[in-house]
Design a protein around this ligand. Sequence first.
Ligand SMILES: O=C(O)CCC(=O)C(=O)O
Ligand SMILES: [Mn+2]
Length: 230
Amino acid sequence: MPHASPSPTPPSLPSLPSLPPSASGPSDASGADGAGPRRLPLPDADIRLWPGWVPPDEADRWFEGLLHETPWTQPSTRVYGRTVPVPRRLAWYGDAAYGYSGLAHVPQPWTPLLAEIRARIEAACGQPFNGLLVNLYRDGQDRMGWHSDDEPVLGRDPTIASLNLGGSRRFDLRRRGTHRIAHSVELDHGSLLVMAGGTQHHWQHQIARTARPSAPRINLTFRRIFAPAA
Ligand SMILES: O=C(O)CCC(=O)C(=O)O
Ligand SMILES: [Mn+2]
């Protein structure tokens, strides 16, 4: 897949702290195509969703390129004392190994395509990222359980930039210490979700299994790692 052709640059997110809160916005934060990011109406969180952040043609190119070039793995993890394979495929890119949910990810070198995407994400967020977890959800059975991205190597109040390509999936949020889904948004092809501030401290998120027909989906979460994992 060639990646050399010039492509239109999507608009940048204004720097995150300058965006006004939109607690009065619609609960699913959708309908903002072409209008910029929207802040989700959750207390103690700073989560912004930008549907259509990357134009569809380019999102298609990124999806196809990543689907075929990524060395997908399916590591095992410990769940309630049992070792089970994670219910999705994944790959870790970065400058250092990264421990996540009991998994030790061996980093792959950045590819030209991922370097291109990272540059665009960094320009949008106004900050550098040196780690990336790429997840492939092949169908509705593939999923990611409740968690916060709060590993110590991410530092306090990490900014996580999450790019969505391919099939749409529902992203659920609940307050830590509770079991009730407080908010859900649909993450569509080309959308960008940015979690910042105290979000990881106060909230958990998941991509639940679904019985609905679900096209393959690739999610990229860009992170900033402050120290190599032990
Ligand atoms: O697939 C998603 O949208 C969520 C991914 C995620 O939470 C993670 O990689 O930590
Ligand atoms: Mn996460």
